[in-house]
Design a protein around this ligand. Structure first.
Ligand code: F6R
Length: 613
């Protein structure tokens, strides 16, 4: 949570402006306060406050800072309310050491007590503030800045990514990573950047290094040195070249990142279809040879896992046990079997509960980890035996959209590969499933091109109903749940995504005349029974909105409003309906948020990457 950005240069450029732009690109990681520090002629210049970056910038001109080195931070509060004093950078007593931090220092209370007893004066309630004081303490004892940083950070327990600068060190930024993402970007000989995420410096360079846990990077203008935190030895690292376009990290003419990313889905799906088959085969082979298979994730990725599990188990001939990552260890601690295989899904690859689940499993049993993520080199990939990177491109909107559809598509590609390897269906059918997968970009594109008006009208129609249901059966329960989650997080409405069959066991008692129920109804094997469920809700006065294929007659006729998805009604396309039906619900949430004056890119209390338990 929180976004970190740093720049050190020998060029004549405004570090304040670049740092400000950098944290604006990271705002999805947290946006309750922000701050910038620059170094110039032996002094630190700090501007910070609580609130959104744009508002603070209007008040304080955040980009107007002298010098050739700056650090900037956008915060998602953990320890200490989102106030000016708690915003970063945090400094030591002398005002010479400044630090920005993402993560949590778990032992900060004992460190703080010790530092206070040594005469340090704390200004904030943050855990972060212990770090500059620890460095100051070590420097007072005669250590150099570099040694003091090693000394201080070895005392800190927890997960963190930090960037540190000193008033008397005009051309050095120290960056440390322990389980919180940090990347370094470099323009050789000129400028070096650090950030929590690559898009923050993408307009300036595509050459970057990914820090590993327990590593320190020392950034100087146009160069960087890596060291191990514990041994203090040098580390040799290879740079990677990211081929994301700069455009991908900007809004590109759309009002919000969320809308842009919904519209990017056809392209993202096309790129995902081009994932090398060899990589899919490895994934499939590992699944085939595993004794037990689990699939784990959080939030939207968890919903992708529900859809993916359905598709893969259809062909695998083994049950796949899904498990929310935060429950993984608690529920399996006495029964995780040897030779299990765990599929871990995470768009960021940094969700702490997902990482902890796989790390715990690896430490406690002979298991293999298959990861699907959107971020090359993310933390989760380190614990993985095989990784597939979904080709969604950077996703900035807090609500996951294109990463969801590409995750489901990736799992579907694995499922079809397994079907071929196991010979469970004729080759002609495999071909039909492949065709259906290949059609997903076009189906989504056609839907998005023709239905905005309809979706906006539905939003207006629903305006008075704060609560309603998304109901379905079978594989589409994943779609109902994901649609419900989008509505909750973006439009702040309590929408329950639920099984249509199960809804009779309680939730149906909420239905009154005009109560909206959205049915997700591809014509699959659950369709006949879903007709019955629609009838039950209609009979109680419910207003039926249905998501159906274009040629649907029965449920369409029973509905007050239908949202037509332009796809054929065969079983091959039904199986990929979690991909083709969800854009309608993403748009519904997006426009419902706008209707209520909410910013879809900044849902309240949320951060895109959840790096705390
Ligand atoms: C919802 C959303 C979250 C994430 C969840 C897991 O729109 O984005 O629910 O899906 O925090 O994140 P990843 O996939 O990065 O592990």
């Amino acid at each position: 949570m929180c976004g970190i950005f740093g720049i050190v240069t020998n060029q004549n450029i405004s570090v304040g402006k670049i740092a400000l732009d950098g944290i604006k690109r990271l705002e999805y990681r947290g946006y309750d306060s922000c701050g910038i520090v620059s170094q110039h002629k032996g002094k630190l210049y700090i501007k910070k406050d609580s609130g959104k970056i744009d508002d603070i910038h209007k008040k304080m001109k955040l980009d107007d800072l002298p010098g050739k080195l700056a650090l900037a931070h956008t915060r998602w509060a953990t320890h200490g309310a989102p106030t000016k004093i708690n915003s970063h950078p945090q400094i030591d007593c002398s005002g010479k050491i400044a630090i920005i931090h993402n993560g949590i220092i778990e032992n900060f209370i004992e460190l703080k007590e010790h530092l206070i007893s040594n005469g340090h004066d704390f200004k904030s309630e943050t855990d972060t503030e212990v770090i500059p004081h620890l460095i100051e303490d070590a420097m007072k004892e005669g250590l150099s800045l570099r040694s003091a940083i090693f000394n201080a950070l070895k005392k800190c327990k927890g997960a963190y990514g930090v960037a540190i600068c000193h008033a008397d060190h005009p051309d050095e930024i120290f960056v440390v990573r322990k389980e919180s993402p940090l990347v370094v970007g470099i323009e050789e000989g000129k400028t070096t950047y650090c950030a929590s995420d690559i898009p923050a410096f993408l307009p300036y360079t595509q050459k970057c290094y990914i820090l590993d846990d327990d590593e320190i990077a020392i950034l100087r203008p146009g160069e960087v040195e890596f060291l191990e935190l514990n041994s203090e030895k040098k580390v040799k690292k290879n740079a990677i070249h990211v081929d994301w376009s700069i455009d991908a990290a900007e809004k590109g003419g759309y009002e919000h990142f969320m809308l842009k990313e919904i519209y990017e889905q056809p392209e993202a799906l096309k790129r995902t279809l081009a994932i090398p088959q060899a990589s899919i085969e490895i994934f499939a082979d590992m699944l085939l040879s595993a004794k037990n298979v689990y699939i784990t994730a959080a939030g939207t990725s968890y919903h992708a896992s529900l859809a993916g599990k359905f598709i893969i188990s259809k062909f695998l001939g083994k049950y796949i046990q899904e498990m929310e990552c935060s429950e993984f260890q608690t529920q399996l601690k006495d029964c995780l079997e040897q030779d299990s295989l765990i599929i871990a899904l995470s768009q960021s690859g940094e969700t702490v509960d997902t990482i902890e689940a796989v790390r715990w499993a690896k430490e406690n049993a002979n298991v293999k980890i298959l990861t699907i993520t959107n971020v090359v080199g993310s933390s989760l990939t380190r614990y993985s035996d095989h990784v597939i990177v979904t080709q969604a491109g950077p996703e900035i909107g807090v609500a996951a959209t294109k990463t969801y559809t590409t995750q489901v598509l990736t799992l579907a590609l694995v499922g079809i590969t397994i079907a071929r390897k196991r010979n469970v269906i004729p080759a002609s059918e495999i071909e039909c499933y492949h065709e259906a997968l290949k059609n997903t970009p076009e189906i989504v594109k056609n839907f998005l091109a023709n239905n905005i008006h309809l979706i906006r009208n539905i939003v207006k129609n629903l305006e008075k109903s704060l609560n309603f249901f998304f109901l379905s059966r079978g594989i589409s329960i994943a779609t109902a749940k994901e649609g419900g989650l989008k509505m909750k997080e973006i439009a702040c409405r309590f929408i329950e995504g639920y099984s249509a069959a199960h809804a009779k066991h309680g939730p149906i008692s909420l239905v009154r005349k005009g109560f909206p129920i959205i049915f997700i109804a591809p014509p699959d094997e659950t369709y006949q029974r879903l007709i019955g469920n629609v009838a039950e809700f209609k009979a109680r006065g419910g207003k039926i909105i249905s998501l159906v294929i274009q040629s649907d007659k029965i449920i369409a006729d029973m509905s007050n409003i239908t949202i037509p998805i332009p796809q054929p009604g065969d079983k091959y396309h039904n199986l990929i309906s979690p991909i083709t039906f969800i854009p309608a619900l993403q748009l519904l949430a997006y426009y419902a948020a706008l209707e209520q004056g909410l910013d879809p890119d900044k849902p309240q209390n949320l951060a895109k990457t959840v790096t705390v338990h």
